[in-house]
Design a protein around this ligand. Sequence first.
Ligand SMILES: Nc1ncnc2c1ncn2[C@@H]1O[C@H](COP(=O)(O)OP(=O)(O)OP(=O)(O)O)[C@@H](O)[C@H]1O
Ligand SMILES: [Mg+2]
Length: 589
Amino acid sequence: MNENANFKVDPRLASLLGETYRSTEHAIKELIDNAWDADAPTIAITLPDPMTADSIVIEDTGSGMTELELRNEYLVVANDRRSRKGDRTKQLKRLVKGRKGIGKFAGLMVANIMAIETTAHGKTTRVVISKEDLLNATRDLERIDLPLTVVPAPDGVSGTKVTLTSLSDRFEFPLPEKLKTLLMTEYGREEDVRISVNSEALCLDDLPGEKFQKDDTIPDAGAIKLSFKVSDGAKSLKQAGIALRVGGKIVGKPGFFGLEDDPEIPPKLLKKLYGEVEADGLSESVTADWGDIVENSKAFHALKPVIQAHLKNAVEEVYKREVGLQRARIQRQINLRLAEMPEHRRRFAQIALEKVMKRFYGESEEKVETVASVILDAFEKDEYWLVLKQIDESKGGDIETFASALEIFGLLDMALMANQAKSRLKVLDHLDDLVRNPATLEKNVHSVIERNLWVLGYDHSLISSNRTLARTIEEYTSAKFTGDRASKRPDLFLAQNLRGGFFLIEFKRPAKEIDRQDQRQAQEYRDDLEPKFGQIEILLLGKGRDVTATMQNDPPRLQVFSYEALISSARTQIDWLLSELKSGESTSA
Ligand SMILES: Nc1ncnc2c1ncn2[C@@H]1O[C@H](COP(=O)(O)OP(=O)(O)OP(=O)(O)O)[C@@H](O)[C@H]1O
Ligand SMILES: [Mg+2]
């Protein structure tokens, strides 16, 4: 039988066809999602060898479609499947992925020709769609004739094969590794589907990260086989956790075997663990529906701490490296400030800092800087040390016991940090009042900011000044602005940031808009100072820019800030920290 079929168009089509995909592999995944929705127990993807003109083939053994279904469901554009058939698939009760009724077009993003061969109820229906035809008729899709053929098929066979030929050269060539990673991330936990790419089944190796494998024999639980990955970088894994497999079947949901209650392991790190443990010795310990482990299972209680220890070792190994990297960037300034502390405070400061940094592991550098600068401030306060000294004395001063005492008193230093953060908010309120008062002079804001350099924010939160720099500026300005000019003396401040670079800050009145003339003047000061210090960055603070001083014309290494914007972004950081500390209190309580 040979006849034509047509697309039936839904009014939402036009906007939906604009859909784009992040990569060739993401586009191909749409077709695998369709096979999943068709209850396919197996899905085989074949990718062409590089540099060949071969096709991409996605073949599933799912329900397939009858001719009628192909015409009324597949060839209907933008038809919402779930409103038609519900959230779950018919046979296997899978959660349906299809939403918009346009996923099939993903094939035509990467290829010019898409052939669909689908078998159900003893018949194979075949239709070929060409991108060119579609593009030439976006307004009248339903008028395109699609050649459709139906031939008999053996009984009991069903499934769909999509062949994509003449791949578009606008897209990257599909890579099996990339596709496997993508599919493993999404389908790795699914037990009722077998997916292969170029005849290779998906496996743990397809996930990013470092692999760990442990075989062990545990009294009461027998032989176990643990294999998992700790993903690297900032990536957390979808469906993280370690699944328990007993007698070939997964029991319940993946979990962390108690590691989630370990205060030393930040939750962000748990999300980097992915894997499973085979423990056939637990077959007596599984509930009848295989949904969970029976309570009081001796075998499980024997197994749990062993798995937990393996996981913790691996996570700490990876974590030490990564936190080390993160911290190396701000360590220089931390060391400088630690060096200023009396000896006996320093070692406590190091331990507490370590703990806090661990807790904020994985946050952006900007946030970690805020945290480090807040805690360093807190260390310089005497009440903090009074409490620590008491703990220390009660423990006889040994560093290990002190560290464990700190664990118990974990909430204490969080509370002290919160106090510190709150006092920063007060400073911001005060500064806000100053800035809004038209009578405020340069020196008023200068004196507040000089004592609270963190207000200057990211990149400057750990800057510091010292007597030498202050004296240099004092001498420079009084020599330059004598007699009549004394009243014109600028308010300058020279500081050094954590990378060793110098900053010249010029404070203008909060009511003063910064214009070109101000910028020129600041550059003049810099020209005078640079021979002594090397490169200097300028920060000009005032009410913001004058209309004529547009950003694209800024001189090099000169930034203009408004006091208001500085205050507002400093406030955002502190608010974030306070809310973090609050959520910490409630989870540890
Ligand atoms: N491999 C397949 N096997 C059986 N039926 C399929 C297959 N692929 C598509 N279909 C049918 O065609 C319909 C349209 O597929 P399409 O991918 O365009 O939309 P969708 O999956 O419903 O939603 P989405 O746009 O979110 O993917 C599906 O709902 C399904 O009924
Ligand atoms: Mg789909």
